[in-house]
Ligand binder design. Structure first.
Ligand code: NAD
Length: 361
């Protein structure tokens, strides 16, 4: 297969971790006979330094023309970097919001997987963890409360703030379809999360999800109220496969799910639109405190590349091979500094990439 991949290395540890993901992809290309063509794109602080803006229209066009974009992370130290003296629309993160909007990336996927070898990082009790968990939060990313009309004004002599939570049925349907499609590639279970006992938007959410579910007879689905879901994530995370939810609930629940795995450097993510296109990036930031020292953990980015193979290119076997190689490296006792514990072998970012690439076969 011939795949055109836009590559945004970004700032901080971005270039280091993306290089390792490309190393692993190159090994996949060699073993499975594919061609991955990379086009380097600038976004974030490096784009500000080069072009004066965090994202140019030309970069957006190039990203649109590619099949998928693999990204490191963008941004610098928010207290010391000169990028944060600029007005908000010119700061690194503005590039991220702009590209998500320009590419209509309405579906955000964040897997939360607990590796056996990293169980000690999980803050939950052993009897709750059991043999581990493997879930994916599917969050609607371009609608709901964060994008509704808002205002703050004086009403009857009191300052009053209003935010509005709006969803139409098309917005719900397209994310529900993504959720069920992705469940078909996993354990075929969807938990749709809402607050239908209170909110109209949730009642419409529930109705549309039920309609979509009819087209997926193989997928088991259930509805869960968001407050219950927040509890269940720490009470019995093993019950979940795909958690499908709206923007704000997903924002909160995905951080909670990430926290129960305990390892920020291991968490991948993807943002998808209606086509096969996706933007794949680690869940963590650009870690300027450790940039350039070859100590960052590249695994979240390598796993994001695996998601790209699975969801944009339908190369499930190849994605499995990357995920398996990561498991093997951990089982063989190698750790970057952030996940290091006594008795394991500490390796740098580049060595971790080598070890994972070696295990692709
Ligand atoms: P961060 O995720 O960059 O770092 C938090 C802590 O985790 C730091 O101690 C860091 O060293 C560590 N860490 C993060 N990733 C790691 C990895 N792969 N290996 C080892 N350690 C790792 O969050 P922050 O410090 O709040 O933000 C730093 C910058 O990143 C800011 O400019 C922020 O805006 C930006 N940011 C970007 C994105 C993105 O590009 N999508 C997301 C979040 C934050």
């Amino acid at each position: 297969m011939n795949c055109n991949i836009g590559v945004i290395k970004g700032d901080g540890i971005g270039p280091e971790i993306v290089d390792e993901a490309m190393k692993v992809l190159d090994k996949v290309a060699e073993v499975y006979n594919h061609t991955f063509n990379y086009e380097q794109l600038l976004m974030g602080g490096i784009s500000i330094d080069t072009y004066g803006v965090p994202l140019t229209d030309e970069t957006i066009e190039k990203a649109k023309a590619s099949d998928a974009v693999l990204m490191g992370s963008i941004g610098g130290d928010t207290t010391t970097s000169p990028w944060y003296k600029l007005e908000p629309s010119l700061r690194p993160e503005a590039g991220l919001l702009k590209i998500r909007k320009a590419l209509n990336l309405f579906a955000n996927l964040r897997p939360a997987y607990l590796y056996n070898e990293l169980k000690r990082a999980c803050p939950l009790r052993d009897d709750i963890i059991g043999d581990g968990f493997d879930m994916l939060i599917m969050r609607e990313l371009t609608g709901g409360l964060y994008f509704g009309e808002r205002s703050t004004k004086e009403v009857d002599g009191k300052m009053t703030a209003v935010d509005t939570l709006t969803y139409n049925e098309d917005e719900i349907r397209r994310i529900a379809i993504k959720g069920f499609d992705i469940a078909m590639k996993r354990s075929k279970k969807v938990t749709s999360v809402d607050k239908a006992n209170v909110l109209d938007s949730s009642r419409l959410w529930r109705k549309v999800v039920e309609e979509v579910a009819k087209d997926y007879p193989e997928v088991t689905y259930e509805h869960m109220l968001v407050d219950n879901c927040a509890m269940q994530l720490v009470r019995n995370p093993r019950q979940f496969d795909v958690i499908l939810t709206e923007n704000m609930f997903g924002d909160i629940l995905s951080d909670e799910a990430a926290m129960v795995t305990g390892s920020l450097g291991m968490l991948s993510s993807a943002s998808l639109n209606e086509t096969k296109f996706g933007l794949y990036e680690p869940s963590h930031g650009s870690a300027p405190d450790i940039a350039g020292q070859d100590i960052a953990n590249p695994i979240a980015t390598i796993l994001s590349a695996a998601m790209m193979l699975r969801y944009t290119f339908d190369l499930d076997k190849e994605a499995d091979a990357i995920e398996e190689a990561v498991k093997q490296v951990l089982a063989d006792g190698y750790r970057t500094e952030d996940i290091y514990d006594e008795g394991s072998t500490k390796v740098g970012c580049s060595k971790m990439g080598d070890l994972i690439a070696e295990r692709i076969n």
